[in-house]
Design a protein around this ligand. Structure first.
Ligand code: FE2
Length: 444
């Protein structure tokens, strides 16, 4: 198969055509479009949104989308939950951690392989998010899907994905992410036979790049490293099914053709991928530990400045050089709610128990921090420059409390001893300035 092509930039005004002359020049709505295509606008923001956040694309397609819907029937997809989804279980509050979700044994495709772990906010107010895991082993071939409830941020942990969207084809592997805009039709295939990962379903304002403040014009996630696909289409007339998620409910309809029929498009409402290995971290170069917001890749704002509907934050390989400092993340209580996953390796605040494909949840105002082993080691280690290798953890951090689903509360992979990771933290206070530390530790 030919190599895929992408266009660089974040939120650019892109243009692309898969047949020469398919894209109108100088206007959006010619009396008749080239190749007999239909012109259709896809609005990702209100018409009147300020220019900086106004998003729409013009799609030139074989059939208009009114031919891809109609006569929907209700459908069930019981494991994909939507906020508000309260009182779904009886598990008391607490810090929670899960082992990896088992791979399915029966054939299951991407949308049937999604399991919701938490929901937050309220989809009806376009505020909040859901954290899902996906695990599947069967390709969507004649099945298509769009989600009216929010954009989908996919974080692969195992296996490569091929995501055929209305606006082109994206392939991603672990260490990359993909964002599928709200309302965009897609089908997803597992290029390695099976795939697993995490999804943030963002009900709120779209993900954007965080302001860098005094950091300046470079570093963190740079706009040029975001990649949007060139136009690609299917001209396929076979029985197909279109599945829709709309305000938490599922519907489906049958078609006699593929809805992925966009031959050309232009605009700034489009899917994209990003390679997390191109994230340029900024951190402490003398002492102490900045807040983890320094590792924000994407932020979805709420109406309140600095208070994210959800942030997507990563903890990538990096150098630790801070002098006379406790280098791992500090102990913490937070008004925001933190859902974490691990793509590969080991996370520096947890020596054991947090493994690739696993998850943890530190909900609003519940304390968390390094486990006993991590604390003791970081408190006594010789502070040479250290390169943190083999680690890629991430966090979905939202202003809204995250409510567990019954599925998450009853998973066999839920670790009932997670809170024990702090039980061996000793009292070091003994009334002396040096505290109760071994002699050799006092000299470092
Ligand atoms: Fe935290």
């Amino acid at each position: 198969m030919a190599a895929l092509h992408y266009m660089p930039g974040f939120g650019n005004d892109f243009e692309t055509e898969s047949l020469p002359g398919a894209l109108p020049q100088g206007q959006n709505s010619p009396q008749r479009c080239a190749y007999g295509l239909y012109a259709e606008q896809l609005s990702g923001s209100p018409f009147t949104a300020p220019r900086g956040i106004n998003e729409r694309s013009w799609l030139y397609r074989i059939r208009p989308s009114v031919k891809h819907g109609g006569r929907f029937a209700p459908a069930r997809r019981d494991h994909w939950k939507t906020a508000p989804n309260l009182d779904d279980h009886e598990l008391p509050i607490g810090q929670l951690r899960w082992n990896p979700t088992p791979m399915p044994k029966e054939p299951v495709n991407f949308i049937d392989g999604i399991r919701t772990m938490t929901t937050a906010g309220d989809v009806h107010g376009q505020a909040g998010m859901a954290a899902h895991v996906y695990a599947f082993n069967s390709d969507m071939v004649d099945d298509y899907f769009f989600n009216a409830d929010g954009e989908l941020l996919l974080v692969p942990e195992r296996g490569r994905l091929r995501i055929f969207t209305e606006m082109g084809i994206i392939e991603v592997e672990p260490s990359e992410i993909c964002v599928i805009p709200r309302g965009m039709m897609v089908k997803v295939a597992a290029l390695d036979g099976e795939a697993r990962g995490y999804i943030c379903e963002n009900y709120g304002a779209k993900f954007s790049l965080p302001d860098r403040g005094p950091i300046g014009a470079n570093c963190l996630a740079n706009p040029r490293d975001f990649k949007t696909p060139v136009a690609a289409y299917e001209d396929k007339e076979v029985p197909c099914r279109l599945h829709v998620k709309w305000c938490g409910k599922f519907y489906e309809t049958t078609l006699d053709h593929s809805p992925l029929d966009v031959v050309a498009w232009h605009g700034n409402y489009a899917p994209y991928k990003y390679d997390l290995r191109t994230f340029s971290p900024v951190g402490a170069i003398l002492f102490d530990h900045p807040d983890p917001s320094i590792f924000t890749v994407l932020t979805a704002p709420s109406g309140e400045e600095g208070t994210a509907n959800v942030d997507f934050v990563i903890f990538p390989p990096r150098w630790l050089v801070a002098e006379h400092s406790f280098r791992p993340p500090w102990y913490h209580r937070n008004i925001m709610s933190e859902f974490m996953g691990l793509v590969y390796g080991q996370y520096d605040a947890k020596e054991e128990g947090f493994v690739p494909g696993g998850m943890s949840l530190h909900n609003m105002m519940l304390p968390h921090g390094p486990d006993a082993m991590g604390f003791n080691k970081a408190s006594t280690v010789d502070l040479k420059p250290q390169r943190l290798e083999n680690t890629l953890a991430f966090m979905f951090e939202t202003r809204f409390p995250q409510h567990l689903t019954r599925f998450a509360a009853e998973l066999d992979s839920l670790q009932d001893n997670y809170a024990d990771c702090w039980k061996d933290l000793k009292k070091r206070f003994n009334g002396t300035v040096a505290g109760d530390w071994p002699e050799e530790a006092k000299n470092t």
